[in-house]
Ligand binder design. Structure first.
Ligand code: ATP
Ligand code: MG
Length: 139
């Protein structure tokens, strides 16, 4: 299944604004199959572990504060070329630079509050999927 899935997070502000369902609809329309799904709130330790690769970057503390500020919705999305195609669907990290019709263009507020996460490689998709979901939670 490697190479056929990616992990997404609907981030706190987008969940709070009621964008979960519209975003999941865009994911469906984009040809992805949802093979795992849950809503949870990150605790600080888990958020720091999840974003380990960004530790030390100037935006790291703000990113952690933001990601623990409210509930998130996490999903595994299946499709051929899932990582690449999902990053196209979400658009640039900065919504001001995101292409028309992308999830971030439509639903993001700022670079930090950018509505969704998408894995950046097959290797990270595998790591992130098992970070959130046990085998029994993947269908
Ligand atoms: P994601 O990993 O969430 O899909 P991305 O791969 O487009 O986003 P990364 O470089 O991995 O971007 O950064 C991870 C997250 O850190 C971004 O989604 C954003 O929320 C935050 N971030 C990145 N750069 C900045 C910045 N300059 N200022 C504030 N927040 C930032
Ligand atoms: Mg990233």
């Amino acid at each position: 299944m490697n190479g056929r899935y990616t992990l997404t997070i609907v981030k706190p502000r987008a969940v709070e604004k009621g964008y979960t369902a519209p975003i999941l609809n865009m994911i469906h329309e984009g040809g992805f199959r949802i093979s795992a799904l849950k809503m949870l709130r990150f605790n600080r330790d888990d958020a720091e572990r999840f974003y380990e690769v960004h530790r030390g970057r100037p935006f790291y503390e703000g990113l952690i504060e933001f990601m623990i500020s409210g509930p998130i919705v996490v999903a595994i999305l299946e499709k051929e070329h899932a990582v690449e195609d999902f990053r196209k669907l979400i658009g640039n990290t900065d919504p001001a630079l995101a292409e028309e019709g992308t999830i971030r263009k439509l639903y993001a507020e700022s670079v930090r509050s950018n509505a969704v996460h998408g894995s950046d490689s097959d290797e990270n998709a595998a790591r992130e999927a098992s970070f959130f979901f046990s085998t029994a939670e993947r269908f």
